[in-house]
Design a protein around this ligand. Structure first.
Ligand code: NAP
Length: 275
């Protein structure tokens, strides 16, 4: 069995998950990194060499029925132990409820609620005496969030799962927490950040002097996984530059001429009424 602890991190090939994998490796934690696309994973693995711990890529879709067993088996077969689970894999670009069809609803719930549930259930069978689970939620599960739809629903479900597991398994040495990032530039958000309205919605309502970075979230996940947070269990930590903490609106937003905002800012996002 490895002397060093081991983490299973989903969505480890990109964005927040990749930064989290790097942070764990830098802190001497081996990482079993899960994502769908093998080429992207291999690319990530190449950039994660020479650190104090090993990155083991596992290409699988977290929604497949056998994925939790395969991912956990990889950790046990390679290192003989599992100490941390980070449920991070996710997709973006949600739509409001009235524009969300059943397939999209199922897809969002499968990736960001059913899969984390099932991965946690499997990890619980492999953890040692102490362990941590960190679920990557979103500010869209704390605030209403325009166009949140299935995404908000899945992430809010994940927050509920986090609280339940904290209560259920805390006495057994397993802590469960969640991070709720605000908008962070990653491949998931880069196309949305091209839209002026989306950029302003985040910039003008965030009382911070800069954009959030993947490392901001990775450090929060690492903290909640490390002994430094040993007395923290069942919390949803917003990592959002203060977006959810306040009704803040920047001077620029308050003084912007109305015509400079996009039509997205009107209250037109409602389906047509029945006759
Ligand atoms: P990203 O850069 O697009 O990375 C997403 C990762 O998830 C990729 O490694 C992707 O790998 C993997 N993935 C997606 N579907 C998968 C599946 N079915 N099975 C296995 N792996 C899958 O996105 P990100 O911005 O870092 O987002 C990471 C998490 O943070 C998500 O849960 C997201 O909801 C949450 N979050 C992000 C933001 C933000 O502003 N970026 C804000 C709040 C919350 P493949 O491409 O190979 O599938």
């Amino acid at each position: 069995m490895s002397d060093q602890p081991v983490a299973l991190i989903t969505g480890a090939s990109s964005g927040i998950g990749l930064a989290t994998a790097r942070t764990f490796l830098e802190n001497g934690v081996h990482v079993v990194g899960v994502a769908r696309n093998p080429a992207k994973l291999d690319n990530a693995a190449e950039g994660l060499t020479g650190l104090p711990a090993r990155f083991v890529p596992v290409a699988l879709d977290v929604t497949a029925n056998d994925s939790p067993a395969r991912a956990v088996a990889q950790a046990i077969d390679t290192f003989g132990r599992l100490d941390h689970l980070v449920n991070n894999a996710g997709i973006g670009s949600p739509a409001p409820v009235h524009e969300t069809d059943d397939d999209t609803l199922d897809q969002f719930l499968n990736i960001m609620l059913r899969a984390p549930f099932r991965l946690a259930r499997e990890a619980l069978t492999a953890f040692g005496d102490t362990a941590t689970i960190v679920n990557v939620s979103s500010t869209y599960a704390i605030l209403g969030g325009l166009r949140g739809g299935a995404y908000s629903a899945a992430k809010a479900g994940l927050n509920g799962l986090t609280l339940h597991m904290a209560a259920q398994y805390g006495a057994a040495g397993i802590r469960s927490n969640a991070v709720a990032p605000g908008v962070i530039p990653t491949p998931m958000t880069e196309h949305r950040l091209e839209a002026e309205a989306f950029r302003r919605m985040n910039h003008d309502m965030t009382p911070a002097a800069r954009w959030g970075q993947v490392e901001d979230v990775a450090q929060a996940i690492w903290f909640l996984s490390s002994p430094a947070s040993g007395w923290i269990n069942g919390q949803v930590l917003a990592v959002d530059g203060g977006w959810t903490a306040t009704k803040y609106l920047s001077e620029e937003a308050l003084t912007a001429p109305r015509e400079s905002t996009s039509p997205d800012w009107t209250h037109s996002g409602r389906p047509p009424k029945r006759d």
